[in-house]
Write a protein that binds this ligand. Structure first.
Ligand code: LCS
Length: 393
């Protein structure tokens, strides 16, 4: 079905799906590594980029293709590239767009490994980086150098929920010929569409909201142009960070309910944020939906909802946070986010453990920060769970 002119919820269910020769109502799993050519000419044509068909699953596969088309349509992009994990997406983008002597400006509080890959690995190949609070336009402007080739934004960022102005920063970057990449994992295309706001590349850990059920890892990249698509696809295929057909099948199943899950989790998150903001055991809370969030107005402008991620500091600092995490029963003490189940974790010792203490402080990832990914359970149950655990502090 052509879903190009259909609504977002219709795209979630039908975009990318193809007419299966057996009449399957859902996209089947093409669990194969390789594809038979009709004859020698057909094989040669496919390698030359002509004709219909598939060659080899690392290069392309109908199930993976269906997912790539689905997410590309949700993000209003040219094409999608599915990867083995979110980090597979991040590394393919870095690999395609950076190189010796190039410089990247990056949100300081990005997901730990997205930062570590630059600090520990790409640096060995002569890539330079500057981490800044990208919510601060002047700081980004000051960080741009003659050799800057990529502006990498994670907004809202993990775990500080810092929000960067995609439109203003894309305009700034484009004046300098810089490619803008946005990690849209925390919002999903349901709440934010970076390509419509001016970015050139958007990527996801689909492990999170897009799949939504905490049962696979995966990533997807969507580009605005054919040129960027070709470049990044080449990097992904040659690196071999492709998705697997079974993974793609799971994500296709998960994405269908994205809008329903996000609406419900967000409704819960708003109630939880309201409950926590006045709680005597809470020092501070960061949720884009609260007027106290420093970029609340920007969030209202560039996102269609505030999502279901929040971070907060409890009384008693690190020790208070540990007491909370050890005493919740409904919320699962685990990393990851964006699933139907509520998760709680401590970024300083878990997801951002690889970032130095100094850099964590600079990025706002303080020792007492607890991250909460609100699920779709009964909200009264989530609040009751927090209430009894906070009482132990
Ligand atoms: N980008 C963001 C914003 C993330 O939160 C993550 C993972 C990734 C990229 C990487 O994706 P992955 O390879 O894990 O699919 N974030 C995690 C987190 O906060 N807890 O555990 C993983």
């Amino acid at each position: 079905m052509n879903t190009k002119d259909k609504g977002f919820e219709t795209k979630l269910i039908h975009a990318g799906a193809f007419d299966d020769p057996m009449g399957s109502a859902t996209v089947p799993i093409y669990q194969t590594s390789t594809f038979a050519f009709k004859n020698a000419q057909h094989g040669a044509d496919l390698f030359a980029g002509k004709g219909e068909g598939y060659i080899y699953t690392r290069i392309g596969n109908p199930t993976i293709d269906a997912l790539e088309k689905n997410i590309a349509e949700l993000e209003n992009g040219f094409g999608g590239i599915a990867t083995s994990s979110g980090m597979g997406a991040v590394s393919a983008v870095y690999f395609a767009l950076l190189g010796q002597g190039k410089h990247i400006v990056c949100t300081a509080s990005v997901y730990g490994p997205s930062r570590g890959l630059l600090e520990q690995d790409f640096v060995r190949f002569g890539v330079e980086y500057t981490f800044v609070h990208t919510s601060d336009y002047a700081a980004v402007e000051a960080a741009i150098k003659a050799n800057t080739s990529v502006l990498y934004l994670e907004t809202p960022s993990n775990p500080t929920m810092e929000i960067s102005d995609i439109t203003a920063l894309s305009e700034l970057a484009h004046k300098h010929g810089i490619i803008v990449v946005v990690d849209n994992t925390f919002s999903s295309p349901y709440l934010q569409k970076p390509l419509d706001l001016g970015a050139d590349v958007v990527l996801h850990s689909v492990t999170k909201f897009i799949n939504g059920h905490a049962d696979i890892v995966g990533g997807v990249i969507v580009t605005k142009t054919a040129e960027l698509y070709k470049k990044i696809r080449h990097a992904m295929v040659y690196m071999g960070s492709n998705m697997d057909p079974h993974q793609a099948f799971m994500v296709i199943r998960g994405v269908k309910t994205l809008s329903l899950r996000i609406e419900r989790a967000q409704e819960n998150a708003i109630k939880i944020a309201d409950y926590l903001k006045n709680h005597p055991k809470i020092e501070w809370i960061t949720y884009p939906g609260l007027t106290s969030h420093p970029q609340h107005e920007l969030a209202k402008k560039q996102m269609s909802g505030f999502g279901s991620m929040l971070s907060f500091g409890v009384k008693g600092g690190y020790k208070g946070g540990v007491t909370l995490m050890n005493n919740v029963h409904l919320a699962i003490l685990a990393v990851s986010l964006g699933g139907v189940e509520t998760l709680i974790q401590h970024p300083a010792s878990m997801t951002h453990a690889g970032v130095s203490h100094d850099e964590k402080q600079k990025a706002g990832i303080t020792d007492e920060l607890v991250r909460f990914s609100v699920g779709i359970e009964n909200v009264e149950d989530i609040i009751a769970d927090l209430e009894q655990a906070l009482a132990k502090i």
